[in-house]
Structures are given as structure tokens and as C-alpha cells.
Design a protein around this ligand. Structure first.
Ligand code: 4H7
Length: 251
């Protein structure tokens, strides 16, 4: 997969994109990452990329006559998505990461200052994504979050185990608890079932723990999770246990 990033701060990408899973993906040529400095598309001697907003109000706006030629030059005659990272975009989540990973190529546009001239959106942006309901100084950190989450879904990136299918959210549930050695630490022990060697029973226990944790922390996710009849009964037991505990507090 090829990803092009248009940014005023290409150096921000250096650490994250040259570390761990992302570095491996690039090294194995599964990810072909290109960073482009928006400032290189400015045409005046001061390398201007922004200007004051029409109507006043302060702050600076990224110029359409810089952004549009930059995006068009990078795109060439490809018809790949050009995605603006912005607080006004559709919310990024697991399914969006899987969807974006199906593309041969993506272009990510990182805004800055008070924002981008609306005509750049109209002329070149095909999709607008937000990583969450908060404001960032620029789109760079958001773009890196999207790149990391998308690249995990390129076949071969995580090795043969298909670890992305075991991740939180892959099956609509949060992950349950994990343990490694030692078997006892500060008096806290590992659940005996994990040491039983009974793989069927372990798989069932893990699913139940995932359901329990999702029910406790993100119950709204359970609406879209695919549960078996047995798992639905387990969920009903959890609700019954909680109702019972509630009755003990205020009878
Ligand atoms: C586009 C338009 C993404 C990009 C405006 C980007 C949050 C997210 C940005 C802006 C982002 C997210 C520039 C508006 C900085 C606010 C102080 C870059 N913020 N910004 N201003 N949630 N900021 O994904």
C-alpha cells in the first residue's frame, strides 16, 4: 500500500514511522510512505502557505492556491482518496481502518493554523476524518494514528498469526485480561484455567472475560457484537448478578 502525506512538518513523522511495526512494514515493502512538504508548493519568495481569514477574526488559513496544486501534483492521475484530517471529519474507528486498508493508495492532508480554505475541501478533498472529539494543533498526529491503525490491516504486516483478528474491537468487544510469568506476583495469581492446558475451556473463558469487560466499560458496543446464544445467556447472568448486588445496597 502507498500512503502520501501532505504536511507542513514532515519531520514530525520521523520517529513514529521509523519504529516498530511501521518500520517493519516499510522494510518489507508492504508500506510505501511518501512525505511531502506543503511549503514546497508555495510560489512566492517568502514561501507563504497561509493568509488572514476573509471577514476577519484573527488566526491564519491554509491557502487553497497552495494546497490544491500540492494535492493535484501528488495525486497525479490516480483517483485515490484524498483525506483531510480534521475535527469536522467522520469519526475514525476499527471499521474505517479496515475500509481504508482496502485501498491501493491513500493521500492524507494535514491542516494547521485555524484551518484550510473551504475551496481546497471542495476541489480536492474526497473524505474527511477525525480521530476523536478534541482539537489538535495540526493534523499530523491524527494522520499518524490513522496510518498505524490502517497498516495493521495490510496482509503480512503483523506476521502469519493474523493478530489483527485478535485485537480489541476486531470482534466488536474489548479485550479481556492477559497474564505472563510469574504465576504469582505480590500475592496476585494467574487464573488457574489459563494453566489448565484445556484450550477449549480457555477460549470460552477468554470470550466471557471480553464480554464481561465490554459490558462493564463500553456496554454500547454490545449492540453490534456477534454473540452466540450461550454468550447471550452469559451476558444475561452478568446483568442478573449486577441487579442482585444493587438489591443488596438498596433493598
Ligand atoms: C483541519 C482543519 C484533526 C485540520 C482545522 C486535526 C483535530 C483533529 C486542523 C484544523 C486537527 C482530529 C487547526 C482547527 C488548529 C483548530 C486550533 C488541525 N484537530 N485545526 N486549530 N480530531 N487540527 O482528528
Amino acid at each position: 500500500m502507498r500512503i502520501d502525506v501532505l504536511t507542513l512538518f514532515p519531520e514530525m513523522f520521523e520517529g513514529p514511522m521509523n519504529t516498530s511495526m511501521l518500520w517493519k512494514a516499510r522494510d518489507r515493502q508492504l508500506l510505501d510512505l511518501h512525505l511531502h512538504n506543503i511549503r514546497d508548493y508555495s510560489r512566492d519568495k517568502h514561501r507563504t502557505v497561509d493568509d488572514t481569514p476573509y471577514g476577519g477574526g484573527g488566526g491564519m488559513i491554509l491557502k487553497a492556491d497552495v494546497l490544491v496544486p500540492a494535492a493535484e501534483d501528488v495525486r497525479g492521475d490516480d483517483d485515490c482518496p484524498i483525506i483531510l484530517m480534521s475535527p469536522q471529519g467522520r469519526l475514525f474507528h476499527h471499521d474505517v481502518a479496515v475500509e481504508l486498508a482496502q485501498h491501493e493508495r491513500l493521500i492524507l492532508l494535514c491542516g494547521h493554523y485555524e484551518g484550510v480554505d473551504e475551496r481546497a475541501r471542495e476541489l480536492v478533498v474526497t473524505d474527511e476524518i477525525s480521530i476523536g472529539d478534541y482539537v489538535l494543533t495540526g493534523g499530523e498526529l491524527a494522520a499518524m494514528v490513522v496510518i498505524d491503525a490502517v497498516v495493521r490491516h495490510i496482509p503480512g504486516v503483523l506476521g502469519a498469526e493474523g493478530a489483527q483478528h485478535r485485537d480489541s474491537h476486531a470482534d466488536g468487544l474489548l479485550e479481556g485480561p492477559h497474564y505472563t510469568r510469574p504465576a504469582e506476583y505480590r500475592g496476585l495469581t494467574v487464573p488457574p484455567i489459563l494453566q489448565s492446558g484445556n484450550h477449549g475451556a480457555i477460549a470460552k473463558w477468554r470470550r466471557q472475560q471480553a464480554i464481561r469487560r465490554t459490558w462493564q466499560r463500553r456496554p454500547e458496543l454490545l449492540r453490534n457484537a456477534a454473540l452466540t446464544e450461550e454468550e447471550k445467556r452469559y451476558l444475561a447472568e452478568l446483568a442478573e448478578e449486577a441487579a442482585e448486588a444493587e438489591r443488596k445496597v438498596k433493598p
